[in-house]
Design a protein. Structure first.
Length: 188
């Protein structure tokens, strides 16, 4: 959920981070315009304006209607308000900050406990061990079924106590097991 929120925030700012697109939004805030009118007002080429309008339409900020052979573009002010309210909501900003702190913590744990791809030791702390287990889970492809021998080999590349780590992955519900066959569960 937090990753999706961050993705939405980034998409919002990326689409509005271009000076020409901001000017187009400004012009369309007062009235609808055609590509040619926008090109003339902004001293841009029509294909460039079309490109920017396409990006704004993809973000839901601009809509188009046909009038004869012309296409007229207008600002979707409701969507702009809704997106800016969502993106700038305190909950969204706090979630992003929490994600940054979490990422920083996980990077530190991985740095402390690994020498390259080799796990130096299995952390005693449950919270630290969960970081290591999530990292190990990424070594298994989603949707692929593995025999126990293959699981042991994959884990063994990173630490000699593959049996303990295999059990931990099952207990953490990161891997599932049935009749000696293992598979990765949905990402957590």
């Amino acid at each position: 959920m937090a990753a999706m929120r961050l993705e939405n925030v980034l998409a919002f700012f990326k689409v509005l981070s271009d000076e020409s697109r901001l000017k187009i939004v400004g012009v369309l805030a007062s009235q609808e315009r055609s590509v040619d009118e926008l090109a003339e007002l902004l001293d841009l080429r029509a294909p460039t304006v079309s490109h920017h309008l396409s990006r704004l339409r993809d973000a839901g900020l601009v809509s188009m209607r046909s009038e004869g052979t012309s296409h007229l573009y207008s600002l979707n002010s409701k969507e702009l308000r809704a997106l800016s309210k969502q993106v700038l909501a305190m909950e969204t900003i706090v979630t992003i900050a929490d994600e940054v702190a979490s990422d920083s913590y996980e990077r530190k744990i991985l740095t402390d406990f690994f020498d390259g791809e080799r796990l130096k030791e299995i952390p005693a702390s449950r919270k630290k061990r969960e970081v290591i287990l999530r990292w190990l889970t990424l070594k298994f492809q989603s949707g692929v079924r593995y025999k126990e021998k293959e699981v042991n080999m994959i884990i063994g590349r990173h630490h000699p106590d593959f049996a303990t780590l295999r059990r931990e992955l099952i207990c953490a519900k990161l891997l599932a097991r049935e009749n000696g066959v293992y598979w990765r569960l949905d990402d957590k």
